[in-house]
Ligand binder design. Structure first.
Ligand SMILES: [Zn+2]
Length: 403
């Protein structure tokens, strides 16, 4: 990323070494852990350099205000956390672009007539506590505060404990109508996480909709035992059952047009080389074009998984961990923005975003920047400098027209 060091995207260069994951490749930046704390400090410094007033809300979201905070503010931003082994652009591109756009407006002598803020959402990926868009869900009351406080990370630390360690009052986690009421409009710029813009040959798009999606935990239970003394016949091995279940997930989804179903994470209990496992947790991410379609997909997967695990004498419990209905962004707003940008295309996406969560509460829109690899949630995620600049140009133009 050295070519960015002195350019428009200096911000990306400045954070290029924070949270690098030597084992997985790419970046692992989990909420309130070392790299995330470093990124938060970097953001505060960067924002303060622009004269913005930085505050942390009750849920750990960072706000940087240009002028007096709300109401009717134009708010732009994204997130700084990542999936395990994620790319450099998913989240940070939106934050860096927002700071850059504000800096450009200031440098041009522009005076906003309404408040403006750059917002960094906490735990967008759900990599630490399992619920995607947790910061925006908490802010909008989209998740029950008690349920959120009890969420645990891989080390058994609850969100409440982690929040306290980060200096927040865990009793105050949850819906924050006062903070929310300050937002008149939310605009998130994000690297595209698919191939839409590649296929169109365009650098920038507005978002039209987000697929319904959710996460389910499949707990496959069998009989834990000794790997050496237990003959192959009569085993109830949940590892083998889970393998069958994962194949069933893939085959079920492949037979339904538009369906996407993924098992990307497993936890084997107890997890020993000479131990037949007693249970396996597998996490299912499932998405389809409509809410009914996604529900039907998960119902079909559940039936096939139950059948698959029974072949090894095991059982499975399917628990919903999160659900997001189809998000249709305000079509009039998206159309207005697309026209203002000279007729950029409108694209749907299969990826969830804080802007989607916010859209249930406030007018929200998104800008996508072309990703020439079409790959995301991976170190191969990419964006050309000129496309990033086109994204900042678009964001700056929209902010100028809105402010
Ligand atoms: Zn993202």
């Amino acid at each position: 990323m050295s070519e960015l060091a002195h350019g428009t995207l200096a911000g990306l260069a400045e954070i290029a070494d924070i949270g690098r994951d030597a084992r997985r490749g790419g970046y692992s930046r989990q909420l309130w852990q070392g790299p995330d704390l470093e990124l938060r400090a970097w953001f505060a410094l960067r924002a303060e350099r622009l004269g913005l007033a930085v505050e942390t809300d009750r849920n750990g979201n960072l706000w940087a205000w240009w002028g007096t905070p709300g109401p009717d503010a134009v708010v732009t931003g994204s997130h700084l956390d990542s999936v395990p082994g994620g790319g450099a652009y998913d989240g940070p591109l939106g934050v860096v672009s927002a700071l850059e756009a504000v800096g450009r407006l200031q440098a041009s002598g522009f005076t906003p007539s309404r408040p403006c803020a750059v917002l960094v959402f906490a735990e967008e990926e759900g990599s630490r506590f399992g619920i995607a868009c947790l910061g925006s869900r908490l802010l909008t009351g989209g998740i029950d505060a008690d349920r959120a406080r009890a969420l645990t990370d891989a080390d058994g630390i609850t969100l409440a404990e982690a929040a306290a360690t980060a200096g927040l009052d865990p009793r105050r986690l949850g819906a924050d109508p006062e903070a929310l009421a300050r937002i008149g409009l939310f605009l998130e710029l994000h690297v595209e996480q698919g191939r839409g813009l590649i296929d169109l040959g365009r650098p920038v798009a507005v978002a039209s909709s987000i697929l319904a999606h959710g996460r389910w935990r499949l707990t496959v239970s069998g009989q834990g035992n000794h790997a050496g003394t237990t003959l192959m016949t009569g085993r109830r091995d949940p590892m083998v059952a889970a393998a069958r279940a994962i194949v069933a997930v893939q085959e079920t989804a492949a037979a339904i047009p538009g369906a996407r179903a993924t098992v990307g994470r497993l936890e084997v209990v107890p997890g020993g080389t000479n131990v037949i496992a007693s249970s396996v947790h597998a996490w299912l991410d499932a998405r389809c074009d409509t809410e009914a379609g996604t529900r039907a997909l998960v119902a079909a997967i559940t039936a096939q998984v139950e059948r698959a695990v029974s072949l090894n004498g095991c059982s499975v419990a399917v628990t919903e961990e999160s659900w997001t209905g189809t998000v249709a962004f305000d079509a009039a707003l998206a159309g207005r923005f697309a026209a203002a940008l000279g007729g950029v295309p409108a694209l749907p996406t299969g990826a969830g975003h804080d802007a989607g969560v916010l859209s249930a509460s406030v007018p929200s829109a998104m800008l996508f920047v072309r990703n020439p690899t079409g790959i995301s949630h991976s170190p191969e995620e990419f964006a050309e400098v000129e496309d990033c600049v086109a994204g900042i140009d678009a964001l700056e133009a929209l902010l100028r027209s809105l402010l």
